[in-house]
Structure formats: C-alpha cells, structure tokens
Design a protein around this ligand. Structure first.
Ligand code: SAM
Length: 292
C-alpha cells in the first residue's frame, strides 16, 4: 500500500526534504485530514469513468486520492517550486499529469483535448487557492467545456454567498451569477485545522453542476449581469434608487423604468435582496421592452 501524503507528519517531512515553504500569496494551505480527502472524492463521485482536472495540486495530497479513483488526472499548478515535489510524490501514479500553469490563463478545452480521450466524464476537483476563488469559478463558468461537475473547497463565507437564497444577508449578485447557470450544493463543512498552515476561517466543499438552461431566459446576458450588479450596488438603497443610479434620471428613462416595474409586478421600494432570479429576468425583459 502506498502511504498517504496528507498525514501531518508526512506533509511536514516532504516539505522539509525539499526545503519547501508554503507561500501565503499563492493560497497554499495543504490538506492534512484524510477524512476530508475521502469526503471530496465521494462528493465528486470520482470513479474510473472520470477524467479529473485538479486546480492547484500542492504537494499532491488530494491528487493521490483522485489518481486512485479516476481514469486520468490533469493537475494545474502555478508554483514551479512544487514540480520536483510532485514528480516525487506522484511517481507511483502514471495516470497523473502535472502542468505548470496558471489556471486563469489556461485554455481548458485545449488541455482537455490534448490530455483526455473524450470517452470519460470530465470533472473539476480542487482545494482552491482562496485569494482567487471567485475568479476561478467565473473562469470555469465561462468556458464552453461541459464539465459533469465541479467540486471545490472554498472559504465558508464564499460558500454562504454561493448558496444564499433571496432575503438572506449573503444573497448577492454572485449568488445570482452562479445559481443562474449552476445548481449549487454544500457537500461538507471543513474545520480550519484540517489544513497546514491553518487558514483564518473554516471552509466548505461545494458541488456545482451546470443547468441544462440558465434560469434567466434573456437575450443579452451581459446586460442582465449589469442590471443585477447595479441593483445590488448600494445594498441599503431601494431598487428604484439603484436603477436610477444605473440607467439615469432623465424623465423618459424614469417613465420607462416605472412602466417596466409595473409590468413585472415589482414594487420600486423593494430591495434587490428580495428578488429571485426569475424576478430579475422578468424585470430585464420588461426594461428592454420599454427601451431602457
Ligand atoms: N491540493 C492541495 C491540497 O489540497 O493540499 C493544495 C491546495 S492549496 C489550498 C492551493 C494550491 O493552488 C497551491 O498549491 C497553489 O500553489 C496553487 N495555485 C495558486 N494559484 C494558482 C493558479 N492561479 N493556478 C494554478 N494553481 C494555483
């Protein structure tokens, strides 16, 4: 049996052997809890039908579990100092390929075409570097790649925003951007002491899957995004005030906005946090109809 990389003792021994020190600015918090590692593989439902893209393998703690369960693993690591470590820890796993790559600069479709055979489900699994959680999620959402799921560890507060429902304090334009396109579920919450070094906050493992259709049926997704962000721009202000800030205060604009709100059955005095994605879509389509 191949020993686990992620026991606290082995993690420290590996780092010491390679003279490696974790870098805070790259979000390097390595998992040292074996139950959490099995939990991630289970949440992602990784088996021999899966090809996995891992973002940020670190010293290979999670990669080892993925390699043992999946068909192929492609791991993108930005820190070149980890390459010799991974060459060593991943030596027993011929189905793992490590690429020295910034995930945000990566053409994921091209990497998939190069490294995978097209006969397996493609899944993303990661213990994310927390300083770029949202940019990575947006990058994954924007690609045309048809991931069968995205299973990612992130800081608890971001997980709360991703899963927030209308009326909650965490409900924001990020909740809407993600939930519009994806189903989101919390698989597990994870104590900060499951990592070395321990981050300042607890974490959660989230599973995202693309919906067959976005919830908001709109013909201008960028314009829709602008409406949603603008509506949340000043959280304590009313929708009406935020809309004026966004579209202007000219009399004809105000008249058109009033008509669009009335057609949508939305009170101008409401706050954006009360509106569902479907409400926003209806409002957006009515604003278009009234030429706002
Ligand atoms: N997977 C390992 C684990 O669970 O122990 C390490 C996770 S650690 C939270 C995040 C990893 O992402 C680090 O190895 C870090 O170097 C890497 N990373 C940071 N920014 C990255 C980027 N833009 N692209 C790819 N990897 C990145």
């Amino acid at each position: 049996d191949i020993p686990r990389i992620a026991t606290p003792a082995r993690t420290h021994a590996i780092m010491e052997r390679f003279g490696f020190h974790t870098k805070k600015h790259l979000g390097q918090n390595f998992l040292t809890n074996l139950d959490v590692l099995s939990g991630i593989v289970r949440a992602a439902a990784i088996d021999d039908h899966s090809d996995v893209i891992e973002i940020g393998p670190g010293i290979g703690s999670l990669t080892q579990y993925l390699a043992e369960a999946a068909h192929q693993v492609l791991a993108l690591e930005i820190d070149a100092a980890l390459l010799p470590v991974l060459a060593d820890t991943m030596a027993p796993y011929p189905n793992v390929t490590v690429v020295n790559q910034d995930v945000l600069a990566a053409n994921l479709q091209e990497l998939i075409n190069t490294h995978f055979d097209g006969q397996h489900d493609v899944k993303v699994v990661a213990n994310l570097p927390y300083y770029i959680t949202t940019p990575i999620l947006m990058h994954l959402m924007r690609t045309t790649v048809d991931f069968s799921s995205i299973t990612v560890m992130m800081q608890g507060e971001v997980a709360d925003r991703l899963t927030a429902q209308p009326g909650s304090k965490d409900y924001s334009s990020l909740s809407i951007a993600i939930q519009n396109q994806m189903t989101v579920r919390v698989a597990m919450t994870v104590n900060r002491h499951s990592f070395v070094p321990a981050p300042n906050v607890d974490s959660a493992i989230i599973v995202l899957q693309r919906r067959p259709q976005p919830l908001a049926m709109v013909n201008d997704p960028a314009g829709f995004d602008r409406l949603v962000r603008g509506s949340f721009a000043s959280r304590r202000k009313t929708l009406w005030n935020n809309l004026q800030q966004l579209y202007g205060k000219a009399p004809d604009v105000k008249a058109a906005m009033t008509a669009a709100l009335a057609d949508s059955g939305i009170e101008p005095g409401v706050r954006a946090e009360r509106l569902t994605i479907t409400d926003f879509a209806l409002l957006f389509n009515n604003l278009q109809k009234h030429h706002v």
